[in-house]
Design a protein around this ligand. Structure first.
Ligand SMILES: Cc1ncc(COP(=O)(O)O)c(C=O)c1O
Length: 360
């Protein structure tokens, strides 16, 4: 703050260069060039523009249940709840949606294989009948579905999607705004799958609360994005970038990834044990500290009412829990990545008591 608050686009500064180098060193594959912006939605806009610019193609394929932000391009890709789109038509043309692999509610039956067959058959049919692959600039995907229900896709999903993209010369954008930066116990959720996307978007926690986001891609791709083809007055400002560097220092110093993995496993284990005793818990899923608890009625239908009831009981006892899911019936557990053992226990006492009161 004392040295430099703002330079706009007239000068590069050390914090942005250092942070870009550190993110590039952590990013999978050769994703070594960064464009900084201010918010998740802006990073998604940047990713869409980059994909269209370098491919010269315009169609974009996103997933049902996806949340990519509220600006027009990002909102055109968003399909988690229709009220985000109310009164905002028309959207960006050339956007198509396909089902996300959601094994718990897969229409063609349970199991990872049936789920993936359903999704990839749908995509194949769409590429055959509605949008030729030659028109498609990119698929955009959340490696773990966030707002749409904290859905962890089957392990083979990302590799198969990568293969499909390579076969047709389509770019793969991983929106890691929610799943990235340690949330799933690895720096980026796509690392669980071994898949390297062409473009990655980052935001939320990357500057621990200061406005900062990033579009990450290889130099090979980024160097084809001509100077001034995209830009931002405030994006990557020195103070946010300094906070971004400090954030990565904390990751190293405090063993944040290990903590997310360890506490995530504990919490998942406890929830799965609770599930054996509570019929209203239909599904428990998650990676690291990105955990969803899907609540259902006796007939298996989504139970939004119970979601609200449990959250209210928790809130009254001082525990904040969010919800998610297209039917808003999923408890979204996103504890701080540095949560301590005693804090986890304290939160668990409140949550398990809430289940005892509302759903025993
Ligand atoms: C996956 C994903 N992408 C994009 C966004 C948009 O981020 P922002 O609210 O910073 O614009 C969000 C926000 O929740 C998100 O979860």
């Amino acid at each position: 703050m004392d040295k430099l608050v703002h330079t706009s686009v007239v000068a590069h500064h050390q914090p942005a260069i250092e942070l870009a180098e550190r993110i590039a060193a952590l990013a999978p594959g050769k994703l070594d060039k960064i464009f900084f912006a201010n918010s998740g939605a802006e990073a998604v806009e940047g990713a869409i523009k980059l994909a269209r610019y370098v491919t010269g193609k315009s169609a974009l394929i996103a997933f049902q249940g996806a949340f990519h932000g509220r600006t027009y391009g990002a909102l055109s890709l968003t399909a988690s709840k229709s009220y985000y789109r109310e009164r905002y038509e028309p959207f960006l043309p050339g956007v198509y949606h396909v089902p996300y692999p959601y094994a718990y509610r897969n229409p063609s039956g349970p199991g990872d294989e049936a789920t993936l067959d359903y999704v990839f058959d749908f995509i194949a049919q769409m590429l055959d009948t509605r949008v030729p692959p030659k028109n498609v600039a990119a698929f955009i995907v959340e490696p773990v579905l966030g707002e749409g229900g904290y859905v962890v896709p089957p392990a083979a999903f990302m590799p198969r999607l990568r293969e499909l993209c390579d076969e047709h010369g389509i770019l793969l954008i991983a929106d890691e705004v929610q799943s990235g930066y340690g949330r799933t116990g690895k720096m980026f959720a796509c690392e669980h799958t071994g898949v390297v996307p062409d473009i990655m978007t980052l935001a939320k926690s990357i500057a621990s609360g200061l406005p900062l986001s990033a579009v990450v891609a290889s130099s090979k791709l980024m160097d084809r994005w001509e100077p001034a083809a995209h830009g931002s007055t405030f994006g990557g400002n020195p103070v946010s970038c300094a906070a971004g560097i400090a954030t990565l220092d904390v990751f190293e110093r405090e063993g944040i990834l290990e903590n997310a993995r360890e506490k995530g496993e504990q919490l998942l284990g406890r929830l799965r044990e609770l599930q054996t005793r509570v019929g209203a818990i239909g599904d428990v899923r998650g990676l690291g500290l990105m955990i969803g608890v899907e609540l259902v009625e006796k007939n298996g239908k989504p139970d939004k009412h119970l979601q609200k009831h449990i959250r209210q009981i928790c809130l009254d006892s001082g525990l904040v829990i969010l919800s998610c899911g297209t039917e808003d019936n999923v408890l979204r557990l996103v504890p701080p990545l540095n949560i301590s053992e005693s804090e986890l226990n304290e939160g668990w006492e409140i949550l398990s008591a809430a289940f005892h009161e509302a759903a025993a």
